[in-house]
Design a protein around this ligand. Structure first.
Ligand code: KDO
Length: 337
């Protein structure tokens, strides 16, 4: 190689290295400028309310390219189930999908949505939370919990799922059944109202609990029974339909307030898109799953729906919870069509 070519090559290499270095710096600077949105959820990867976070992330990448670094943490790997609201209030976590049960701990009025047989179906659920009831209660959530609910996600209608099959017609038939519930008194109350002996356990430990027999059963919507593979270690599903369950995509107020108006709108739109994706897919799948479980060899049985509804509604009406429900709220919910 001639002296001329060698120096040209050196110059080119030096230029190339400089360009690469510049590129890396720009990338790093970009990454540093991005707003990090950490998400924590106990959802398993196959469940719709886990997959919906990818919809959230991808929509933000399109509408706000380079502005956000969305980090999705499933299986409660970042925060334990139920600890997300406190983490968000402290500013250690940006987003999560929180349950009515999580909210009721700090906003007792919200416990009306932890009560069995109150909300009728997913359509009514959306109307309730998109209307004045949602606006009033979400305002309390923001004030008392320092998080802002952005979208209502239909988690599904909860059913009782048992390790060993038995005849279940009324709540009396669940007497002595160790029914796993998530670990808070509001959840345990629901399990007891169903007639069972409620036992607290984190979602991530339910499969093993059913397999080894430390619990006799659990309650969850059918899509989650499938996604978490509980059907592999249980023999019966009792279609109690006891709770039309909702979770709420929520963002820490600290993070939300730090966004520009345009960014806030994009985050809200992405949350709505994620919820819509979940709701559409979950409703569709939920209607098809009875056949799937039967094919897997499970018994799917129908109890006396009135016996369950009456027992559960009576338990709540006579409870401490009902005492703090705002006057007229139950009627307003019932009147939402
Ligand atoms: C559960 O632990 O049974 C539950 O269904 C409660 C919900 O509020 C929610 O936390 C859900 O688990 C998880 O997202 C796992 O699906």
């Amino acid at each position: 190689m001639s002296q001329y070519n060698l120096s040209k090559l050196k110059r080119r290499t030096a230029l190339g290295l400089a360009a690469a270095a510049l590129g890396a710096t720009t990338l790093r600077a970009k990454a540093q400028n991005k707003t990090v949105l950490r998400i924590s959820t106990p959802a398993v990867p196959d469940d719709w309310h886990a997959k919906m976070w990818t919809v959230f992330k991808e929509q933000l990448e399109k509408t706000a390219p380079g502005e956000f670094d969305v980090q999705i943490n499933l299986n409660a790997t970042l925060f334990k189930q139920g600890t997300e609201p406190a983490a968000m209030a402290r500013g250690n976590l940006e987003l999560s999908s929180i349950s009515a049960f999580d909210i009721a701990k700090l906003v007792p009025e919200f416990s009306i949505f932890t009560a069995g047989y109150v909300v009728r179906d997913p359509e009514q659920q959306q109307k309730i939370f998109r209307g004045p009831i949602g606006a009033e209660l979400f305002k309390l959530v923001s004030e008392k919990m320092d998080v802002t609910p952005l979208a209502t996600v239909y988690l599904g209608t909860r059913q009782v799922n048992l390790r060993e099959a038995r005849s279940v017609k009324t709540p009396a038939d669940l007497k002595g059944v160790k029914l796993r519930m998530p670990g808070s008194k509001e959840w345990l109350f629901l399990g007891e109202a169903l007639g069972a002996t409620a036992t607290p356990l984190a979602f991530g430990e339910v499969y093993m609990g059913l397999k080894t027999g430390t619990i006799d059963g659990q309650d969850n919507p059918l899509p989650s029974v499938k996604a978490a593979k509980f059907y592999e270690v249980t023999k019966q599903i009792v279609l109690t339909n006891h709770l039309v369950d909702g979770i709420f995509i929520s963002i820490s107020n600290k993070s939300f307030n730090a966004l520009s108006a345009a960014q806030k709108q994009k985050v809200m739109d992405a949350a709505q898109a994620a919820a819509a994706y979940n709701n559409e897919n979950r409703i569709k799948e939920e209607s098809q799953l009875v056949d799937f479980f039967k094919q897997q060899g499970l018994q799917v049985t129908a109890p006396d729906a009135n016996a369950f509804r009456t027992a559960v509604q009576t338990a709540y009406q006579n409870s401490e919870y009902a005492k703090v429900w705002p006057k007229g709220l139950l009627d307003r919910i019932n009147a939402t069509k």
